[in-house]
Design a protein. Structure first.
Length: 652
């Protein structure tokens, strides 16, 4: 909005006493209050208000600074109320300086010479003009010629037709001084929050000229230019101040995050959001999503043989495709046991969606599934088949973990299990190139170390691999980089919890087993485990992390997933209320903001009435990203004559 200046008449305004010299008000924009720039200038400035010599005079300049005000809402309301009362009751002429005849005609002409007083500060060179000295002659009237002063008397009689006061000295009808029209105000008197017409910053002399009326800004005059600095922890969004963490009603995922932006809302990945009436959602990929049960999985055994217990242990997107496959184990009502592979994502494909294995399967990654007795299934041409080359390379012992990826024309897999030198290797690397398979034993592990979750990250030419020791008194972290088949539990990339370790390492005196491992990059790794254990690899070393909220050590954490592009980590686990329920939850960690969110409820599983008080759990989380992320585990199908079934959930 362009600036508007109004020179109101002195004497009385809405029957209220005003200053002797017309006040000047400036409205800078539709959102700013009017401000009184000056109320009393010296007589040498009458009619030349904007003349720079007047602004430079010490007295008027001091007064201009003195009378700069911003009316408060309360003061404005009281003034309007007083004006309304006076208008209702009528005006009086008790004011001795009131100009007009006995009938009140001709009053409020705007100058009130009786109360003209010399401004503060020294007089200008040559003294004040006689016509404007307090004891000198006073002008009887001014004749309007378009000046901003309102010279029309209350009775509407033109001033030129009025007779002069009898006691007034004869004076000629002089034109009004050359006051500039309101729309011709000098640029240096514009409101300090407005830019110059060419878009340049507002010029200033004092910081008070820069005040913008916003509580979240620090307004200063620096080098003759107004600078409006946001206060720490504040955003200025659509012209309104917002505090750090503020979110609009009904939009939990967007908030004021000063680390990301101070002039617009920012989407916060991982934040808890309300779906329905409960805070059970996760903010991710510009939406509020929640974990929903997709299906219960049981193998199709045929005939009178029925599954009595099915447990799903791993899930992954196969071969870089959108296909989601799960693996696990089952027990039938005739006591037979086996393993299964099952595709769980929606598909119209006629290819087989289930494969049954003679032995339990433990883990799946990329195109390989491994399990008990050295079982290895490889996915090719739309189906799963036993891969004899891999099985021959890893031996007939149980295998607990696998990680795989494409490496040029080859498919490379690292497979973990129990380590016994010369007879059973803790980690075996197998490369499949066409019809050729080669496997290499890896070394560096403690004797009889049972190795479980294994994961690798490849960034360009570099790589970093980790594998966790499980099921013993000690929980060591083994690591390796490069092509050499040698692993180490030495810090900083490794960590030794065993008795031979030295120093207070992050994994020392671990409280229970490590259960889950994931790496988003060679410098972003996560480990979770029993009793709320969380470790993060960042900056070239492992460090302990603490879950948010009270009772963090009561959560049994089973799996973790991380996405470097999304800047988000999701941890799944559960907490029990003995004899009542098991609450499955997730925790989210935003790596960009260094903020935890959770626990976020996923599902409540009843404990009462279930044998051995084990209602089931989520055991693994995986997929191809947060737009295709899944969790698997097991739960009871019902409390009455129920059986344990495979449990599949998806974030959607």
């Amino acid at each position: 909005m362009p600036p508007v200046a109004e020179h109101s008449t002195a004497g009385r305004f809405l029957c209220l006493r005003t200053f002797a010299v017309p006040p000047v008000w400036l409205i800078s924009s539709a959102t700013k209050l009017a401000r009184q720039l000056s109320t009393r200038l010296g007589p040498e400035c009458v009619g030349v208000l904007l003349d720079m010599r007047c602004l430079a005079a010490p007295g008027p300049r001091d007064l201009m600074r003195r009378y700069w005000t911003t009316p408060s809402p309360l003061a404005s309301a009281l003034a309007l109320l007083a004006a309304a009362v006076l208008l209702t009751s009528g005006c009086t002429k008790a004011n001795p300086s009131y100009i007009g005849d006995e009938a009140g005609v001709g009053g409020d002409l705007g100058l009130q010479p009786d109360y003209w007083s010399q401004p503060d500060g020294p007089a200008p060179e040559g003294g004040w003009p006689d016509a404007f000295r307090p004891d000198g002659p006073r002008p009887d009237r001014w004749v309007g010629d378009g000046s901003p002063l309102d010279l029309t008397p209350r009775d509407g009689t033109p001033q030129l037709d009025r007779a002069p006061r009898e006691d007034a000295a004869p004076t000629p009808d002089l034109p009004a001084p050359d006051l500039p029209a309101p729309d011709l105000l000098a640029p240096d008197l514009l409101a300090p929050d407005l830019l110059a017409p060419d878009g340049s910053p507002t010029q200033c002399t004092h910081s008070w000229e820069c005040e913008d009326g916003l509580s979240c800004t620090q307004d200063t005059c620096v080098g003759g230019v107004c600078v409006h600095s946001l206060q720490p922890g504040s955003c200025l969004i659509n012209g309104v101040c917002r505090a750090e963490g503020w979110s609009p009603f009904g939009d939990d995922c967007n908030e004021c995050v000063t680390a990301l932006s101070t002039n617009q809302l920012s989407f916060v990945s991982g934040k808890v959001c309300v779906l329905g009436v409960l805070p059970q959602g996760t903010c991710v990929q510009n939406a509020c999503k929640r974990w929903e049960t997709q299906t219960d999985v049981e193998p199709s055994l045929g005939g009178s043989v029925k599954p009595s217990k099915t447990v799903l242990t791993s899930v992954d997107a196969i071969g870089g495709m959108k296909q989601i496959w799960v693996v696990g184990r089952y027990t039938a009502n005739n006591a037979t046991k086996g393993g299964l592979l099952r595709r769980v994502d929606p598909s119209t494909s006629t290819l087989p969606r289930e494969v049954l294995s003679k032995h339990a399967l433990a883990d799946v990654s990329y195109r390989l599934a491994v399990g008990a007795k050295g079982t290895a299934y490889y996915y090719t041409n739309g189906t799963w088949k036993i891969h004899s080359g891999v099985q021959g390379g890893i031996g007939s012992q149980d295998r607990a973990g696998v990680w795989g990826a494409a490496n040029g024309s080859s498919q490379v897999f690292y497979i973990s299990g129990t380590h016994a030198p010369k007879t059973l290797w803790g980690v075996v690397r197998c490369a499949i190139t066409g019809n050729q398979t080669s496997c290499t034993n890896n070394t560096g592990f403690q004797k009889k170390a049972k190795l479980g979750p294994i994961f690798a990250a490849i960034n360009g030419p570099g790589s970093r691999l980790w594998v966790l020791r499980q099921g013993s008194k000690y929980d060591d972290i083994y690591s390796k980089s490069g092509a050499a088949p040698i692993w180490s539990d030495h810090p900083p990339a490794g960590c030794r919890d065993s008795a031979s370790g030295s120093g207070n390492q992050p994994c020392s005196n671990s409280n229970g087993d490590y259960r889950g491992l994931y790496a988003a990059s060679t410098d972003e790794g996560w480990i979770v485990g029993d009793n709320g254990q969380v470790l993060r690899y960042s900056g070239g070393a492992w460090a302990k992390k603490t879950l948010p909220g009270l009772g963090a050590s009561s959560y049994q954490l089973t799996s973790v997933y991380a996405d470097g592009k999304e800047g988000l980590v999701t941890i799944v686990g559960h907490i029990d209320i003995p004899g009542a329920v098991r609450q499955v939850v997730v925790f989210n960690y935003n790596t960009q903001l260094n903020r935890w969110f959770g626990p976020i409820p996923v599902e409540t599983l009843p404990i009462a009435g279930i044998g051995n008080n084990d209602p089931g759990q989520v055991r693994h989380i995986g997929g191809s990203g947060y737009n295709n992320l899944w969790m698997v585990g097991d739960r009871w199908s019902s409390l009455v004559n129920g059986r344990r079934v495979g449990w599949v959930l998806r974030l959607k």
